[in-house]
Design a protein around this ligand. Sequence first.
Ligand code: NDP
Length: 385
Amino acid sequence: MRRISIFGATGSVGANGVDLIRRGGGVDDYQVVALTGGRNIERLAQMARDLRAEVAVTAHPELLEDLRAALAGSDVRAAAGEAALTEAAAMPADWVLSAIVGSAGLAPGLTALAQGGVLALANKESLVCAGGLLRRTGQVSGATILPVDSEHSALFQALGGESLDSVKDVTITASGGAFRDWPLERLAAATVAQASTHPNWAMGQRITIDSASMFNKAMEVIEAKEFFGLAPEQINVLVHPESIIHAIVNHIDGGSIAHLGAPDMRHAIGYALHWPERRALPVPPLDLARAGSLTFRAPDEIRWPALRLAREVMAAGGAAGAVFNAAKEQALDDFIAGRIRFTDMSPRVEATLDSLSAQAGFGDDPDTLQTVLHWDALARQEAAA
Ligand code: NDP
């Protein structure tokens, strides 16, 4: 039986992963090792009971007693805190879904990678902060990293194992998020509630706001560079409001291969779960007649300065990715808490990058978790409102 773990099981991606495991045979076909969550203790406990997990972990030590109480009478062990997350990631598993939000997903992801097996990576922050470290860790253990982000799963599928030598460049699409058609002068007054609605995808709040600001796409450009080993200038972004085409691979011979599908994360998660096979998934069929037309436009870097910042981060190298991500996470916290405006986020991230770069540069590509966390802490401090 396949041993699987899901980190961030109570979130949007994680819960879709749990749903696929349930529909795909549940406890008859999968041995669930660890399920983890944060504050949503009832949901975590229910999932762990249903799937007879060996351990359920909350990231928050103060919630351990609540988790124990919610698991009373079951065989599921309860644990809490960062160390417990890492211990759970060290438990042997064949397939691990990394779906914690933010750089908190890096340590468990790295630990899981060091055990071998398949790491299905939704946590794009890991690749942005520490792409080289992740790749090297996977190479040493023989682990396989599979993309779960829909655009990167789409690229992976469109590439179909072909050599990058025949690839001229690639395009990942962006819906444009909540404010795609807003007049620029309205953006400064955008509220958290307005930024937290997405036209096409049902996702967690943070990535939904990042879609409105395009920080999500900026992160995905860096993710594509790190995952596929592409040069920054080979990665294009195209605004595609219908979110039907997720990515396109443009070959040197003039042929382009696109990946299409309904905007439903269960496709990318399920693809990574069953890879290298394909299995039927509970995903709405593609209905192009209903879509009617597919439209595209070039991204506007005045509306979405995050895209320009991503290119600067890739050019800077070293720890710039870790700084970019942490400054973005801090600016997002401050926007959600009402301390800064929507349009303050990009300038805040840019100022953090400029300031830390001017102090000592971004050094070499971080080669330990501690180095990444050091830069992460520096950037959060610098970016805080
Ligand atoms: P959610 O906010 O919906 O879920 C995040 C998960 O992480 C929850 O289980 C949450 O627990 C847990 N969590 C939050 N903070 C911590 C922490 N400090 N330590 C440990 N666990 C924590 O996020 P999404 O599912 O939307 O996104 C997850 C990841 O997948 C992100 O990296 C995102 O960029 C990526 N992704 C998401 C997509 C989507 O469709 N949602 C698409 C592509 C990529 P709890 O809720 O119990 O507090």
